[in-house]
Write a protein that binds this ligand. Structure first.
Ligand SMILES: [Zn+2]
Ligand SMILES: [Zn+2]
Ligand SMILES: [Zn+2]
Length: 114
């Protein structure tokens, strides 16, 4: 099984089990939790509640990275959250809401599925 860039917790647990059957699923989940607390991984919702894990690199922090997901082929791309700065300011001014675009992917349609 190939592990993609955005595995779910279940994908990771299966991947680990395939490599070493003695590692219990619950320890994979616990490890993920620990890594999340340390800020090394974070989860993102790509659609319909599907949470996947995203490795946090030096320039891939939640507040800096926004996920776009194609609603047809489920391709995922990252964009820098700076592109939303203008919209965020207008929204804050008009509604008092601070948007957090990093936690949920923005439903999109990729070039190939148009
Ligand atoms: Zn969440
Ligand atoms: Zn990601
Ligand atoms: Zn697509």
């Amino acid at each position: 099984m190939e592990l993609d860039l955005h595995p779910t917790a279940e994908d990771l647990a299966e991947h680990v089990a395939a490599k070493n059957a003695t590692v219990h699923r619950s320890s994979v989940y616990r490890t993920l939790e620990a890594l999340s607390e340390l800020g090394l991984v974070e989860h993102v919702h790509l659609g319909h509640g599907r949470a996947v894990y995203h490795l946090v690199g030096p320039d891939a922090r939640a507040e800096r990275t926004v996920h776009l997901v194609c609603d047809s082929c489920e391709a995922v791309v990252h964009v820098d959250s700076s592109v939303f700065v203008g919209a965020a300011e207008v929204i804050l001014e008009q509604t008092g809401f601070t948007i957090q675009p990093g936690h949920f992917a923005i439903p999109s349609r990729c070039r190939h599925c148009e």
